[in-house]
Design a protein. Structure first.
Length: 255
């Protein structure tokens, strides 16, 4: 699964770019999922939002498609689902991580709109030249898109949607954000920057590509090396006690 973020401030053209990317990927017969991250600058009339405030807080998230009755149910703090003959939607009254959301995704590509604070997958910057580069350019940029771009070394301007799709298909990735240090870097952020620079590959992540590989519902599960060693020792120990079992070579277990 290839993952990339489309980052930028309000009115910078993120949604328009994502729509164009979706159309191009559909021409290529790719399955696409879009995950939109929202914060107070995108929520109308948030009472805690302030242009001068950097305090993190929660706010109510309710898509416009929900009817008034559904909104009343959700306001009581219950998980609420709405469905018709052609579609279904839900509001879960709990906090989800991106990793938890991705377990519900079966797709070739994931495009994340926003979530500028993430540091474990690459991004394409949408800019009109007004942004403070320090807030958007963090060493994970594959390209920047827009009419008025920022003069940032090593971040090419790519305004051709087909070329951007090629970049996403070939260079999209996501690290598990475990910060285990087994790759030689202290954080997944440092490793991600090395991958973007071409100094490392996603396969160098030992939590994703180690001695033990685990898939749950088709999604690869990141596992720290210590846990891998524990699982490997436990499994091979049990198997070695079985009559006729050979623990040499690869071992495959399904259930």
């Amino acid at each position: 699964m290839k993952i990339v973020a489309i980052a930028g401030y309000n009115k910078s053209g993120k949604t328009t770019l994502i729509l164009n990317l979706i159309k191009e990927f559909q021409k290529r017969d790719k399955k696409i999922t879009v995950i939109k991250h929202t914060d107070c600058e995108n929520v109308k009339n948030c009472p805690e939002a302030s242009i001068n405030s950097t305090e993190v807080h929660n706010h109510e998230l309710m898509p416009e498609i929900y009817d008034k009755d559904t909104h009343k149910f959700s306001n009581l703090g219950v998980h609420t689902l709405l469905f018709s003959g052609t579609q279904a939607c839900s509001v879960w009254k709990k906090q989800f991580t991106l990793e938890e959301l991705l377990t519900h995704v079966d797709t070739d590509l994931v495009i994340i709109e926003g979530n500028k604070s993430a540091r474990n997958y690459p991004r394409i910057i949408c800019t009109d030249g007004r942004e403070n580069p320090e807030n958007l350019f963090v060493g994970l940029e594959l390209a920047q898109y827009g009419e008025k771009t920022c003069n940032i070394p090593d971040v090419p301007v790519v305004n051709d949607v087909e070329k951007l799709c090629d970049i996403i298909e070939s260079r999209g990735f996501k690290l598990p954000d475990l910060n285990c240090g087994e790759c030689g870097y202290n954080t997944c952020y440092e490793m991600a920057k090395a991958i973007v620079k071409g100094e490392k590959k996603i396969e160098n992540c030992t939590s994703l590509y180690g001695d033990i590989n685990i898939w749950i519902n088709g999604e690869k599960l990141p596992v720290k090396k210590f846990v891998q060693d524990c699982l490997k020792g436990t499994i091979t120990g049990f198997l070695s006690s079985l009559k006729g079992a050979s623990i040499h070579g690869k071992i495959k277990i399904e259930f």
